[in-house]
Design a protein around this ligand. Sequence first.
Ligand SMILES: NC(=O)c1ccc[n+]([C@@H]2O[C@H](COP(=O)([O-])OP(=O)(O)OC[C@H]3O[C@@H](n4cnc5c(N)ncnc54)[C@H](O)[C@@H]3O)[C@@H](O)[C@H]2O)c1
Length: 434
Amino acid sequence: MKITITGTGYVGLVTGTCLAEIGHQITCFDIDKEKISLLNEGISPIYEPGLGELIQRNIDSGRLTFSSNPVEAYSNAECIFIAVGTPANEDGSANLSFLEAAAIQIAEQIKKDIIVVIKSTVPVGTNERIGSIIQERVPPNIKIEMVSNPEFLREGTAIHDTFHGDRIVIGANTEEAGKQIGNIYEPLHLPIVHTDIRSAEMIKYASNSFLALKISFINEIANLCEKIGADIDQVSAGVGLDNRIGKKFLNAGIGFGGSCFPKDIHALNYLAKEFDYDFKILQSVIDVNYRQKDLLFYKAKEHFGSLAGKRTTILGLTFKPNTDDIREAASLRIIQDLLLEGAVVTVFDPVAMPKVEKLFGDKISFAVSSEQALVDAEAAFILTEWDEIKSIKLKEIKDKMTEPIIFDGRNCFSLEETKKYGIRYYSIGRPVVQ
Ligand SMILES: NC(=O)c1ccc[n+]([C@@H]2O[C@H](COP(=O)([O-])OP(=O)(O)OC[C@H]3O[C@@H](n4cnc5c(N)ncnc54)[C@H](O)[C@@H]3O)[C@@H](O)[C@H]2O)c1
């Protein structure tokens, strides 16, 4: 099928490339001309393991093209998938301006009946609204059918998730439209859940909110473990063996970040308020996560009394490993906190330093390796569990730092090992190693 993907970000680019891989003719369209010219040279503008090779293979096969020209992108499309960003507004609601602009641009180019699929995460009712925006702008003989097809891929494992996802959700008003979109995914042989449009939109928010809730819940248990002398790693292992609960999303840490969970739970909370529903659990998930992100900073402050002039190191800047995404990452809050206290901050991350440099410039220093970042540091914060950070030798930490003190937001090291090396070790939900 000839498909145009609108928005060539994490979701659009991965979806487009994977749909090309299973045989469809894909045009990825983006208003960002710089992105498109990189892609036309076969360069991926985002870091996602395996994506660069897959893009190149499908460009070579002639099934994947990139364009910033709406006429070229939309006039011959048999189906359009919209995957533009839906960031949070100040008040927590979803910002649908990119989606609305894309809808207007699509309407200007459409010459025949078409299915428009919204892949972006959107509040319930958005497909109807976007459908009307397009329908009002095309000649009356042209029929626009909307289909909601929320995305569940995770950055860092996005290609694997697309080919091996748990389910594909397709929300449509007619059986025929749902079937047509289902056929596109048929070669993936994944379970397809057909629903009405509003339910499909809700499935995405409910899924992300539940996962966020699991994280905030285990973080609350971890905080309590610290107070009462239990060890969260042992507690999580014991709890996770219960099949009804499951092991995933039970790692205590410094809260969730990224481009999805924070904005999606805020958007669902906003939606609930609009419908006069007090979604108490969701508000708690938000509050707990906010507090959790500052936890390590306050532990350090309590330890040192004052952080003014302290040489601090941050290892890991992304909101999770294997991505270059720093949106809502705990590192940004902690860097800000440390700078406000007058600390000297050096950071290291395997991929995200250019993005962080754009935000903080010369207010902080950038090391070329984690080892270099640790030289003469008085406190080290571990914020992302990249393999190269988890595998740092504790001896190296002890030798390089002035005073070996680690504030670990990802529980990367065992308490016994850190004790053996004489490192002061603060982690999450476990006893302090003095
Ligand atoms: N990133 C994830 O892991 C993930 C997972 C599931 C769902 N989602 C959802 O998918 C959507 C996209 O997320 P993302 O992370 O890929 O966003 P992104 O910010 O990485 O990419 C969005 C892209 O859309 C482009 N764009 C904006 N307006 C456009 C227009 N009118 N026409 C064409 N392109 C336009 C931007 O230039 C950008 O390249 C969001 O709603 C998000 O919540 C994201």
